[in-house]
Write a protein that binds this ligand. Structure first.
Ligand SMILES: [Zn+2]
Length: 401
């Protein structure tokens, strides 16, 4: 793979051994649509390691053996690419970038990132906004990135909005990030200007420790995407921008509660459709409604009926993505046996007691937060959430066993 940056414009050319269908770090197959994209709202100059890591978040799935950058990178970044992916990276010759002092939050406006923001109240936001690609048709016109960007502006936080069409480099499964980390491409290019030493993501307990959507039902201490000692964690650290997961130790029930109790509650929006509010009819709205109803201890309030396509998966047996939260909801939502989740109820014996670990914080997640920001996160999580007991910790570490 050969990559060239011109300001925020990235062009990449595949080497003969590269393939247009590759795999992201979570093993999901991704197909290339086009070999260029742009990132707006970022400075034209930044440390070469930042350009290199930003490019890698986009081209990693399709790169087989080597990557050639248009400017020399540090031996540290080249080493992280070699150790993490077996990739020969060069040319090498830059001094490493020193980590800055500040933490920014990669802010989507969803409950998880709002909760991360609540933990670090002075952290600035970097918001990724999708814009159309000049050469790829947009089949997702209902995705209201403009609405999410406006909500981010109304938070009152220091905000930098990055615009990008990088999701259109992906032909399949649909426009999306080639790697989950591509959401950070703009924040990486801003790291010198913002003096960043860390970037906070809203990935929660399920994504970090319970295998997320795709490694169903498995405890994942060595998660390659989000563990500090994983390939991505080491690569970001080599460029002086540590991956920080403020809510990595708490479930989506906790992030929902923290978000709805935070001063940003009026700006929380997890739905990508809908203009005046969440659409209430998409799969994500349905899943989040189950969690919110459980947190608020009220019956499910949804217009979705069991005959709708988005309800179909709940009529099938598990496993489900985010299964721990399904169990949590089934155990807590009054009248769930008369809802479209009734069939799912047949497969679990979840009780409030058996799911109460999802109300507390997994302590090793706090230990993973880099030192400059650990104290603030630990104080918040200890006082506002509470730590898991030994028995609850075992629930995490035997998940799926
Ligand atoms: Zn929706």
């Amino acid at each position: 793979m050969r990559v060239t940056w011109s300001g925020g414009e990235l062009t990449f050319r595949l080497d003969p051994e590269d393939e247009i269908t590759g795999r992201a770090a979570d093993d999901h197959p991704v197909k290339l649509a086009t070999n260029s994209c742009s990132i707006g709202g970022v400075p034209a100059d930044a440390h070469p390691d930042l350009f290199a890591v930003a490019a890698w978040t986009i081209v990693a799935p399709w790169t087989r053996r080597r990557i050639t950058f248009d400017r020399a990178v540090s031996a540290e970044v080249a080493g992280a690419l070699h150790d993490g992916w077996g990739i020969e990276a060069g040319p090498v010759g830059a001094e490493p970038r020193r980590a800055g002092n500040r933490l920014a939050i990669s802010y989507s406006g969803g409950a998880d990132s709002v909760a991360a923001a609540a933990i670090h109240p002075s952290a600035p936001f970097v918001h990724f906004r999708r814009v159309p690609h000049p050469r790829v048709p947009n089949r997702w016109t209902h995705y209201r990135s403009d609405v999410l960007a406006k909500l981010a502006e109304r938070t009152g936080r220091e905000l930098t909005t990055v615009t990008s069409d990088l999701e259109f480099t992906l032909a399949e499964p649909r426009p999306g990030y080639p790697e989950h980390h591509a959401v950070a491409a703009g924040a990486l290019l801003l790291a010198d200007r913002m003096n960043l030493g860390g970037l906070g993501f809203g990935y929660e307990l399920g994504s970090r420790w319970l295998g997320g959507d795709r490694y169903l039902l498995r405890f994942t201490p060595d998660n390659p995407m989000w563990a500090p000692h994983g390939a991505w964690g080491r690569l970001f650290a080599a460029a002086g921008v540590h991956i920080v997961l403020p809510v990595g130790g708490v479930s989506e029930a906790v992030t929902m509660r923290l978000a709805l109790n935070s001063e940003l509650k009026d700006q929380v929006r997890w739905c990508l459709r809908g203009t005046d509010g969440p659409c209430r009819t998409c799969g994500k709205c349905l899943y989040k409604e189950l969690i919110q109803a459980a947190v608020e201890r009220r019956p499910l309030d949804t217009p979705v009926t069991a005959d709708r396509p988005v309800a179909r998966k709940w009529l099938q047996p598990p496993p489900y993505g985010g299964q721990e939260m399904i169990e949590y909801g089934l155990a807590r939502v009054p009248g769930i046996e008369r809802s479209l989740f009734a069939k799912a109820l047949d497969h679990f014996e979840a009780t409030e007691e058996s799911t109460s670990w999802l109300d507390h914080c997994y302590p090793p997640a706090i230990e993973e937060i880099p030192e400059p920001w650990r104290t603030e996160a630990a104080a918040f999580l200890t006082s506002k959430v509470g730590l898991m007991t030994e028995a609850e910790v075992r629930q995490v570490e035997t998940w799926g066993a």
